[in-house]
Write a protein that binds this ligand. Structure first.
Ligand code: 475
Length: 842
């Protein structure tokens, strides 16, 4: 590295090398310097937000140094890199995470205290980076943390949305969406105005013949948009490795605006053109598990994919290797089908621009890509209309047709004469208009396809992708069960629990090898330990109760059982079943004598989550929850026995407060619909239990922690099809008396205008009950009674919680990333010298 500085200047450069703060004093000096110079504020005018800014800048300076070194080290080592392509990275806040990962939080806490600030208040000033919808986006963020912590040479590639997921306000019980303009002050990103890529759209394809008589395609004309790179450092935990997340922002291609128009006096329309270009990266589409097929979304996808591939190819070319070595140097993982055009784009680069033969190019492509599926819901499977792709990306459409042709020829060879099979697996759906099935394209263009939990990986092999298993064989399909980073979801969100665990296991080693949690099994009967454990849970509940009071005005008793369901609002996740269950509980309590009521266990039902702005039913569910809360929370007969709250604007930083405070959390999707779930893992890791269906990762969690430690209920995935069939064709609905009673009460107007909730009821009673609420309601209610009874025995409850945490080691995203690395990417960590690692953690 040093040798790269020219001799005459080397001494000067090395003499002034920046080193970052070393101790508390140095940290304070940096904070004060940033307040006075970078922020241009006087010291007596430094409020918490300025303190946050200065603290972030001081930390950032340290990160940058390790980040630069990591990039140099990785370039020098010249080993294989993995690129994680995701349209979503739900990062949350960065400061706390950065301080913990570089091991400077204690020092910063002491330093800030001397300057007159509480570190908790300073941390709270940061705006969440909310560039994602839910599970898929948060998984990408956990993966970045693990990739860096495990020293993998890895880059994330995404879009730099000007607006993240909308902020949710609850007004009169209804969701209102407010734009999330989050870039006002973002110290964690570095614009690279020198790293830009011109991206082409529209135009047409011209054919020519080269000197050897070979046909060459030229994509010409159309529009150009510029992609500008913004880099975000991703620090690993306890290691100097600091990886890069590169986010692309769109700009008009030729300078600031069109000078020709400017000169001809048409200033307004040249500004308009600039704005049109910037629109591409302006907003994150707010749909979770839903594909709406909007043209701008396709533009986003190609813009991001083309810029990323250009960057990856440029980096590869610097190594001067031959193309056939590309898959030995580069692994690209597709986070769902959103980046599937990358397959087509790489093929285009290789055959049109680099002059490779089709077969050679295609081999390289397939060996480079891996595809992860995250959902089996039919409405979420991406399809793009052929005319739209033809218009926007004419050359890509030709290549897609050619990929399909060779693929179908291969199928025909393996299964001669099977016309039905050809139709079923064709990448082109013969509909009106024709559609490109992106999942099929992703499978054909990748060497591995994975699901995200065992059940889900089995389901994709036997349902939506079964024909492809027949064609490619079972080995192309695999499972990598999701995981979560214990750094954010234990150490950061629940510092007291992390310290308690460290005090028993000897150190914080469980944060990098989560299986070490199993040592806790030795302390299950340790009185002192159990007492502290329960105290920590209680303190976390007090903290949440304060948040509930401050944000909703509702007073809740921290000794009550906290029952939490926080996740995107979706019919398949069945928040409607939860609130019907709450109504049932309310009616049961109302029917009791005061003496009977005295014996009941107090419960707080906590909901949170966003509804997609266009998802009418999800919005109705939010409204019902709030309406039930308004009645129940003000009913003198009920008092503390039942409270119902809906927490506004659920996001990553709120999750960090809510999850550690849960006693029981709900993961109650219709069996076979939730691919994995990851919050289920977070709740158990924080000493909460689960009520749930046999779905997604719930099944593997049960296997790990033991059946005695989870409350499972409801029908199984294999029963779902028959039940649905019976609803529709045999008009069979088993609305049991309890559920009927709930509907009756809603229809009586107890919770406001019954018209407002008619859709929710009729979906279950009259329209086939697709999500099987009627089938599972009774066993759900019965199982909630078991939860009550179990919670009454606090000794046993605590035993269940400790035992569960001790057995959660499997669900670290580190395990998960190691599986991807071995089975899909064929990549190894880049060893960091021991002294460097020690320096980073000191
Ligand atoms: C699953 N989002 C969780 C999580 O694997 C799983 C799809 C299409 C368009 C927009 N957003 C999506 C998802 O499909 C998604 O978030 N899937 C989730 O992925 C991580 O744990 O069960 O629902």
């Amino acid at each position: 590295v040093e040798a790269s500085i020219p001799e005459p200047q080397r001494e000067a450069w090395l003499k002034h090398q920046v080193s970052g703060f070393k101790d508390k004093d140095g940290f304070e000096r940096e904070v004060v310097r940033h307040v006075e110079t970078t922020l241009a504020r006087s010291l007596f005018n430094c409020d918490e937000s300025a303190a946050y800014a200065a603290c972030a800048l001081a930390l950032r300076d340290r990160l940058i140094l390790e980040w630069n070194r990591t990039q140099q080290r990785q370039t020098f080592a010249d080993s294989k890199r993995v690129y994680y392509l995701s349209l979503e990275f739900l990062m949350g806040r960065a400061l706390d995470n950065a301080m913990l990962n570089v091991g400077q939080k204690d020092l910063a806490k002491a330093g800030l205290a001397e300057l007159g600030f509480r570190i908790e208040d300073v941390i709270q000033q940061e705006h969440d980076a909310a560039l994602g919808n839910g599970g898929l986006g948060r998984l990408a963020a956990c993966f970045l943390d693990s990739l860096a912590s495990l020293n993998f040479p890895a880059w994330g590639y995404g879009l730099r949305y000007r607006y993240g997921i909308f902020k949710q306000e609850i007004i009169d019980g209804y969701q209102v969406e407010v734009p999330d303009y989050w870039l006002d002050f973002n110290p964690w990103e570095f614009p690279r105005h020198d790293v830009t890529v011109d991206i082409q759209f529209y135009g047409n394809v011209r054919k020519s013949t080269d000197e050897f008589g070979k046909t060459v395609c030229h994509w010409e004309g159309g529009e150009m948009v510029k992609a500008v790179a913004y880099d975000v450092p991703i620090p690993g935990y306890g290691t100097p490795t600091t990886n890069n997340l590169r986010l692309w922002s769109s700009k008009a291609a030729s300078g600031e605006f069109d000078f020709q128009k400017f000169n001809s006096g048409d200033y307004e329309s040249s500004v308009a053109e600039q704005q049109r270009a910037e629109t591409i990266s302006a907003v994150l589409y707010p749909n979770d598990n839903l594909d709406r097929g909007k043209e701008l979304r396709l533009k986003q996808q190609y813009f991001w994919v083309a810029a990323s591939l250009y960057d990856i190819v440029r980096r590869f070319k610097k190594t001067k290797r031959s193309w056939k070595e590309f898959p030995e140097q580069v692994a690209i993982q597709l986070n769902d089908t959103h980046p599937t055009l990358a397959i087509v784009e790489l093929q285009r680069i290789l055959i049109d621009l680099e002059g490779l033969e089709w077969d050679e190019a295609w081999n390289i492509v397939v060996n480079t890509f891996g595809y992860t599926n995250h959902t089996v819901l039919p409405e979420a499977l991406e399809k793009w209309s052929v005319p739209l792709i033809q218009h926007l990306l004419p050359r890509h459409l030709q290549i897609i047709y050619e990929i399909n042709l060779y693929f179908l020829q291969d199928v025909e060879r393996k299964f001669p004469g099977d016309r039905e099979l050809l139709r079923d697996v064709s990448i082109i759906e013969e509909s009106q208009p024709k559609m490109v099935r992106m999942a099929f394209l992703a499978i054909v263009g990748s060497h591995k396809v994975n699901g995200v939990a065992e059940l889900h990986s089995d389901l994709i092999k036997t349902t939506i992708f079964k024909d492809f298993v027949k064609i490619f064989g079972p080995d192309k399909f695999t499972n990598v069960t999701n995981g979560i980073t214990p750094r954010r979801w234990l150490h950061q969100a629940n510092p007291r629990l992390s310290e308690l665990i460290a005090s028993k296991t000897g150190d914080h080693g469980f944060l990098t090898d989560l299986t070490k949690l199993n040592q806790l099994e030795h302390y299950i009967n340790d009185k002192e330990f159990r007492k502290e454990w329960a105290e920590i849970k209680y303190a976390n509940k007090v903290r949440l109760a304060k948040h509930i009071k401050a944000t909703t005005g509702v007073t809740v008793n921290p000794s009550a059982l906290f029952d939490v369901q926080v996740k995107r609002i979706h019919e398949y996740k069945r928040q409607q079943m939860n609130i019907f269950g709450v109504i049932h509980r309310y009616l049961t309590l109302k029917a009791m004598t005061p003496e009977e009521r005295q014996k009941q266990l107090p419960r707080v039902s906590i909901f949170g989550g966003k509804a997609a702005p266009g998802y009418w039913m999800a919005k109705q569910i939010i409204h019902l929850i709030n309406s039930v809360g308004a009645v129940v929370n003000n009913d003198k007969d009920i008092g503390d026995l039942l409270k119902v709250v809906f927490l506004e604007d659920y996001n990553v930083s709120k999750a960090e407060i809510i999850i550690p405070a849960s006693d029981i959390s709900e993961h109650i999707s219709t069996a076979g619909t939730e691919a994995s779930g990851t919050s289920n893992m977070k709740f158990v890791l924080n000493g909460g239990l689960i009520i749930g269906t046999c779905d997604g990762a719930n099944i593997e969690i049960t296997r790990e922690i033991g059946e005695q430690n989870i409350f499972l209920f409801g029908h199984l995935a294999e029963e779902v099809e028959d039940l649905r069939h019976a609803h529709v064709y045999e008009k069979q609905h088993n609305i049991d008396p309890d559920l009927a009673r709930v509907f009756e009460e809603i229809e009586k107007g107890t919770f406001g205008n019954p018209q407002d909730f008619a859709g929710m009821i009729s979906a279950v009673r009259d329209h086939g009950d697709y999500y099987l609420v009627s089938d599972d309601f009774q066993s759900y209610v019965d199982t909630q009674k078991l939860v009550d009874n179990a919670y009454r025995n606090q000794e046993e409850w605590v035993t269940k919680c400790i035992e569960s945490v001790a057995r959660m080691g499997f669900f670290s995203s580190d395990r998960c990333i190691n599986e991807y690395a071995e089975e899909i990417w064929n990549i190894e960590p880049l060893k960091v010298e021991a002294d460097q690692a020690a320096a980073a953690s000191s």
